[in-house]
Design a protein around this ligand. Structure first.
Ligand SMILES: [Zn+2]
Length: 390
């Protein structure tokens, strides 16, 4: 046991490099307000929002980033940053010079997920990658906003290497298999300065049996899908050794109706283009409680947890880690209840789990934001991108 029951520990507040806040376009699932509130209750100081907004509201233009920033300035409960996106089939490369100084990075979808059904390879993505790197270098900024990849297996490996070998930061999102963990380890040793990989709490703690035998669409069908035990073991071991650097939530809220429809029409979880799908789980508020249970059970090192939630996210995003935001956690086992859920969506698997550690206080930039699970104040939040202090 790493900590005593009743002890209060203090860590630099986590940064989530991968969340889907859905606004604008998907406000029935989550908003910038509700998603950052869940993050704050979970002890986070900052959330980075993905660009694949629903209903045609993708973040493919400078104007859309401006719109998100406007909403965040009044609504966000934590620091926040926004990724630019690109339609690989019709890339609006003329938007890049405007986006590259406002976005926290560029997210490229090469594989199948919600709102994106085709598989793309490096050849398709190369013009966008080249244009982003060029735009960042031409802009003359001190720190480069990274390129993040939603790509699997060989496509992910090849594309990450293409970017890292040019001396540009690249992050391979949500690894989910043993082979990806091995590839990431090799890339991390070849390009330690430029390459990072991420894993989600659910890929560390769950397997495909949870999807097929227990939760179905509501709490366990995601993209990339949950793997076998051998995959989970490899991911956990790679995360513990630092070969996978970052723990990212992929917080993906959905309405109960959308999850229900996928369950009714596609109980086996097929992911074909013609199938009804609704990938993803939410639950940023449960990351620390659930991960602290792994620490207490000696499955995860506390040092690596802090690295994966704070130091490595800051480094990947080109930010300066100052430790200025602090999260307190009371170490005690408890059963996660339905009322512990935050945010607008209910599609997460953690109710009923025995977690260790309740987030008891969050202080961001000197302001106490939540105390004993109670919201204290908004305000004082920043829009973050490369070069910022966190
Ligand atoms: Zn995602």
């Amino acid at each position: 046991m790493a900590f005593s029951v009743g002890e209060t520990i203090t860590i630099p507040s986590p940064i989530d490099v991968h969340a889907h806040l859905r606004e604008p376009g998907g406000e029935t699932k989550e908003t910038i307000e509700s998603g950052t509130y869940a993050a704050l209750m979970g002890g986070y100081q900052a959330v980075f929002d993905m660009p694949n907004n629903p209903n045609g509201m993708q973040t493919w233009s400078e104007e859309r980033i401006d719109q998100k920033v406007d909403i965040a300035e009044s609504d966000a409960h934590t620091h926040i940053g926004f990724y630019a996106g690109v339609n690989l089939e019709e890339p609006a490369l003329e938007e890049f010079s405007g986006m590259v100084t406002k976005a926290a990075g560029l997210k490229i979808y090469m594989g199948h997920t919600t709102g994106n059904v085709k598989e793309h390879d490096l050849e398709v993505a190369r013009p966008s990658i080249d244009a982003w790197i060029k735009a960042s270098r031409v802009s003359g900024q001190d720190a480069n906003p990274p390129i993040l990849l939603h790509a699997r297996e060989g496509v992910g490996e090849e594309t990450a290497e293409y970017i890292a070998s040019q001396g540009y930061p690249v992050h391979w999102c949500h690894l989910s298999t043993n082979t990806e963990a091995q590839s990431a380890g090799q890339l991390a040793s070849r390009y330690p300065e430029y390459f990072t990989a991420g894993v989600t709490p659910h890929h560390l703690t769950m397997t495909d049996r949870d999807a097929d035998f227990k939760y179905g669409w509501n709490g366990a069908r995601m993209m990339p899908p949950l793997g076998k035990e051998v995959d989970g073991d490899a991911l956990l071991s790679a995360f513990n050794s630092g070969q996978i650097q970052i723990l990212e939530t992929d917080h993906a809220p959905h309405t109960a109706e959308d999850k229900q429809r996928a369950e009714e029409e596609n109980p086996e979880g097929h992911d074909g283009v013609d199938c009804t799908t609704c990938f993803g789980v939410s639950g940023i508020e449960f990351v620390l409680p659930v991960m602290m249970s792994l620490v207490q059970r000696n499955k995860l090192s506390m040092d690596r947890l802090v690295e994966g939630l704070y130091n490595e996210p800051a480094r990947m995003l080109g930010m300066v880690a100052t430790g200025r935001a602090i999260t307190e956690i009371v170490i005690r086992p408890y059963e996660i209840g339905s009322d512990d859920r935050q945010g607008m969506s209910r599609n997460n698997p953690y109710v009923g789990w025995t977690a260790w550690g309740r987030v008891s206080k969050v202080t961001i930039d000197g302001n106490i934001k939540q105390d004993n699970g109670r919201f204290v104040q908004k305000g004082g939040n920043r829009i973050l991108r490369a070069g910022a202090e966190v």
